[in-house]
Design a protein around this ligand. Structure first.
Ligand SMILES: Nc1nc2c(ncn2[C@@H]2O[C@H](COP(=O)(O)OP(=O)(O)O)[C@@H](O)[C@H]2O)c(=O)[nH]1
Ligand SMILES: [Mg+2]
Length: 312
């Protein structure tokens, strides 16, 4: 990149959407860039359900990047899938730059464009915003020679403003990615120095509960889990939280509860530890489980339970 060089120490700030198909590491990347766990990330597809803002701040050079983590951009089936991909598309608007995250090819797969990435490329087609391709998970790429033909295939499909191979978990090349984004931002600053996110604490609390539930269940159960908080009360020595895990089938309710309640106990303990770390306070957590049959297939319920704009 020649443009953007020699900008001196002028502050720059702007909005940058992180997009891509499910499970390539978008949320992990946001947390790595922020240097703290803000959003939840699991090995299960469909973990992220709403666009969440996380502001990256640096002093040298002065930079503020308002990252927007988004759900997978591919168009999956079902009402919940549509809600998620619509939400991701909304995250694309009003950005100064877009980071398109994909993952390095696995040892066994060819160095070509992933089918779901074609849908992402399609969604980006109309966008006039600069797009930076971040190829994540290069830590697991044994054969580095595979990267060049892979990059080639993507560059044939569209012109990228930059291509940066990264690893979110090993923090490889994140500085290079940030400076490519910075090159595309307007001058000025946008936020107070300590501004991190647009969501209230209780949003992240319910996300941590959902994450613990997703990590402790398998197959199709995690995708249909939602969490609603009924009580969120800050008392002098403790934060009292009561919530309900919603599942999409009666049979899933038994799975989340587990034998003699052992699964829901484990979920509660893991979630409570995470919430205590987030709030830096002692937490009392009580969870219930409720089945709302077919909620992921019902357009109205999928919106209500997945996006939960009330929390925004
Ligand atoms: N090996 C490796 N795994 C990663 C990396 N970044 C993310 N992951 C894993 O990929 C999975 C999906 O991550 P997540 O951030 O939830 O993906 P998202 O759906 O795109 O937001 C998780 O199990 C992450 O730990 C990386 O750089 N290297
Ligand atoms: Mg995510």
């Amino acid at each position: 990149m020649s443009e953007g060089e020699n900008q001196g120490q002028q502050p720059r700030a702007g909005r940058c959407a992180i997009v891509g198909r499910s499970n390539v590491g978008k949320s992990t990347l946001l947390n790595a860039l922020l240097g703290q766990k803000l959003v939840i990330a699991t090995p299960r597809p469909g973990t992220t359900r709403s666009c969440v803002l996380g502001v990256y701040t640096a002093d040298d050079p002065p930079t503020q990047i308002a990252f927007v983590d988004t759900p997978g951009l591919e168009r999956p089936k079902g009402a919940l899938g549509r809600v998620l991909s619509d939400s991701a598309r909304r995250g694309l608007t009003d950005s100064d730059a877009v980071v398109f995250v994909t993952e390095a090819p696995k040892a066994t797969s060819a160095a070509e464009i992933n089918d779901k990435d074609r849908m992402v490329l399609q969604a980006l087609e109309a966008s006039k915003t600069p797009v930076i391709l971040a190829i994540n998970k290069v830590d697991r790429l044994k054969d580095k020679d595979k990267l060049l033909p892979f990059i080639d295939a993507y560059q044939k499909a569209r012109v990228f403003d930059a291509v940066v191979p990264i690893s979110a978990t090993r923090r490889i090349n994140l500085g290079a990615l940030v400076s490519e984004i910075r090159n595309n931002l307007p001058e000025g600053l946008l936020y107070d120095a300590d501004f991190l996110t647009d969501r209230p604490e209780r949003f992240f609390v319910s996300e941590l509960i959902r994450e613990a539930a997703m990590l402790n269940t398998r197959q199709e159960v995690p995708y249909g889990i939602a969490c609603e908080l009924e009580t969120y009360r800050e008392e002098p020595n403790i934060v009292r939280i009561e919530g309900t895990l919603i599942v999409e089938k009666t049979s899933h309710k038994a799975i989340v509860i587990g034998n003699q309640g052992e699964t829901i106990k484990r979920i509660s303990t893991e979630a409570r530890e995470q919430i205590e770390a987030l709030l830096d306070r002692k937490v009392y957590l009580r969870l219930w489980v409720k089945a709302v049959p077919g909620w992921t297939r019902d357009p109205v319920k999928a919106r209500q339970l997945a996006i939960r704009e009330g929390d925004a």
